[in-house]
Each structure stands twice: as structure tokens, then as C-alpha cells.
Design a binder for this molecule. Structure first.
Ligand code: BTN
Length: 329
């Protein structure tokens, strides 16, 4: 039954808004039309808006349910075989589960997605607010053949892929606040947390978990008080009902674009795009953990480090950490 249901959903997702013939599906899957009808009923009970008409079954455009099939439908053809999506209604953290998979020896390419997270992890030990329906939370298990000193590029390439995915699907302009916060309209709409394990003998990465969280729409109850000033969403609440594929498309675009950079990471082909999106350049900034270090952010160097020109004229390059814009005195 599940096999039939999964295939039916895949067919409906690939043809959103247009009818898929029940007879053709039955023939393709070598099952009865009744089996197809039963699978449709189960999907409807799960919340899928599927109408039947003379030509077959139609999945509504505005259906906003994330599934492995909805994501797969939008993955670039050449990477489809490399990604195995798992979608959960609720997880503590997609990074936590993906890390567990990595430690269990599972292969690269598992994509863990959750509708909501109860203990979403952020950078620097913070939490990541992850309510349902309005966000997208995913972790990709990678086994890069990469030395530890190049690991920063996983995160920075992901930042570019995230901006491109947002722009492609929504038309909104996305910018990067070094290292890997994505901003739209002056608010943070997406954060990236990469967790990795290093093989001490050869200093290569054993695995890396690329975790990324998007605020696609503002949560119905708004953002919690403590992040309200900084957090934003890619789209306004009004856009919520029109196109239910947005999260699946952003997820698939992100993964497809990231893997293209990932396959040639050492060539750093994403760097020009990273630089042109970096909105800190030219601004007066300070290092969050060392406020005495401040100056003008001058460039993103070849290693994707942020170069700050201090008052003394000395240039200091940062390869990790967090910087803030200094308020005008
Ligand atoms: C940050 O901005 O501090 C990074 C936030 C990263 C959040 C994502 S959501 C999916 C993945 N799972 C987690 O627990 N965290 C990352």
C-alpha cells in the first residue's frame, strides 16, 4: 500500500494543479484502479487536497505539505539519485538525527527535513526557533573528501546556494552577512549550522552535517520577543496561501545548487557570488567575542575570511566567529 501511495504522491507532486489519470497510474504501477483510489483516500486523510475530475486526480496548487516526494519533484535531474529525503512532522533537531546517521555509518546524501523542531540548534550554542508550517528546516549528511582547513567553504558555499534558491523561487533579493546569515529586507531569514567530525590522523573530514533553517513566512503568532528585532521572513503572511510548493522548491533548489558547488569546492566557483552578496563590506564592524577589535570590513579574501582594517591601518582576517555593525557614535 505504501509503495502505491508514495508513487501516486510523486506523480501528483510532479504535475501539481493538473490532472493525473488514475487509469494510467494503475497501469504504470500494475495495480487496480481501486488500489489507486484507496491511496488517494489515505493521502486525503493525511491532509492532501486532491480533487477528482474526468481526467483524473489533481493536487491543489496551494497544498503546503512537505514530503520526500514534493522535494524530489523539484530536484535537479542529475542529483536525484544522490539524495534520499526523509520528512518528519516533528524532530528535536534535524542536525541531531543526521549526525546520528553519520555516526551509524550511513552514506552521504541523506536529507533530513522536519516540519517543526523542538530543540533546533543554532550557532554558538544558541537555539533556532523552528515553528511549523512557516519554516523549512533541513540537514544534509555529507562525507566530503576535504581537509579540515577547507571546511569553512562548505558553509559559505551553502550560503550562496541558499540565496540563489530564495531568489529563484520567490524573486526576493537575498544577501549574506558574513559568515553565513542570510538576510532579506534587512532581517535575518535563514541561518546555517555546519557540524563536522575530523579524522585526527589525516586531518580530513569524516563527515559533515550541513544544517539550514529558513523562515519562509512570518509565524502566525509573530517571532518571539527576544529575536523580533533581528528575525524576518522571506515572504509576507499574505503570500502564504497562493503557492504551497514554495518550501519544497526552495529545499530542492538549495540542495541542487549546493551540490554543484560542493562537487568542485576547491575551485571556489561560488566566491564571486558570495562577495557580491556580502553586505558588511565597507561597514564599521566589531567582533562579537572581542569588541575591542573593530574597523572597516574591507574584503572577503580567497579563503572566504573577512578582512577588517583596524584603526591602526593593520588588516586582520577572521575565518570564523560573528561580527556586528557598530552603531554610530
Ligand atoms: C544560526 O543562525 O544560528 C544557525 C541556525 C541553523 C538552524 C538549522 S535548522 C535545521 C538544522 N537543524 C538544527 O538543529 N539546526 C539547523
Amino acid at each position: 500500500m505504501n509503495r502505491v501511495k508514495d508513487h501516486v504522491l510523486h506523480a501528483l507532486e510532479s504535475k501539481r494543479g493538473t490532472p493525473v489519470s488514475g487509469a494510467a497510474l494503475a497501469e504504470k504501477l500494475s495495480v487496480s484502479r481501486n488500489a489507486i483510489w484507496k491511496a488517494i483516500r489515505v493521502l486525503q486523510e493525511e491532509g492532501y487536497e486532491i480533487d477528482s475530475c474526468k481526467q483524473g486526480y489533481v493536487l491543489a496548487e496551494k497544498n503546503n505539505i512537505l514530503s520526500a516526494q514534493s522535494i524530489d519533484a523539484y530536484l535537479a535531474e542529475e542529483i536525484k539519485g544522490r539524495i534520499r529525503g526523509e520528512v518528519y512532522q516533528e524532530l528535536d533537531s534535524t542536525n541531531r538525527l543526521a549526525k546520528q546517521y553519520a555516526m551509524d555509518g550511513k552514506e552521504e546524501g541523506i536529507l533530513v527535513v522536519a516540519e517543526r523542531q523542538t530543540a533546533g540548534r543554532g550557532r554558538m550554542g544558541r537555539s533556532f526557533y523552528s515553528p511549523s508550517e512557516t519554516g523549512l528546516y533541513l540537514s544534509l549528511l555529507l562525507r566530503p573528501k576535504l581537509s579540515m582547513d577547507l571546511s569553512l567553504h562548505l558553509t559559505t558555499a551553502a550560503a550562496v546556494a541558499a540565496c540563489e534558491a530564495v531568489e529563484e523561487v520567490t524573486g526576493k533579493k537575498a544577501q549574506i552577512k558574513w559568515v553565513n546569515d542570510i538576510f532579506c529586507d534587512g532581517k535575518k531569514v535563514c541561518g546555517i549550522l555546519t557540524e563536522a567530525s575530523v579524522n585526527i590522523e589525516n586531518q580530513n573530514l569524516d563527515y559533515a552535517i550541513l544544517g539550514i533553517g529558513f523562515n519562509i513566512w512570518e509565524p502566525k503568532e509573530g517571532f518571539p520577543e527576544e529575536i523580533r528585532d533581528i528575525a524576518g521572513a522571506v515572504l509576507s503572511k499574505e503570500d502564504a496561501d497562493t503557492d504551497g510548493r514554495i518550501r519544497s522548491r526552495i529545499c530542492a533548489e538549495f540542495v541542487s545548487r549546493f551540490l554543484k558547488y560542493y562537487d568542485h569546492l576547491e575551485e571556489k566557483t561560488y566566491l564571486p557570488s558570495y562577495r557580491s552578496r556580502s553586505f558588511l563590506l565597507g561597514m564599521d564592524v566589531y567582533a562579537l567575542d572581542q569588541p575591542e577589535i573593530h574597523g572597516i570590513a574591507r574584503e572577503i579574501d580567497e579563503d572566504c575570511r573577512l578582512v577588517i582594517e583596524l584603526e591602526s591601518g593593520e588588516r586582520k582576517a577572521f575565518s570564523w566567529g560573528e561580527v556586528r555593525i557598530r552603531p554610530n557614535e
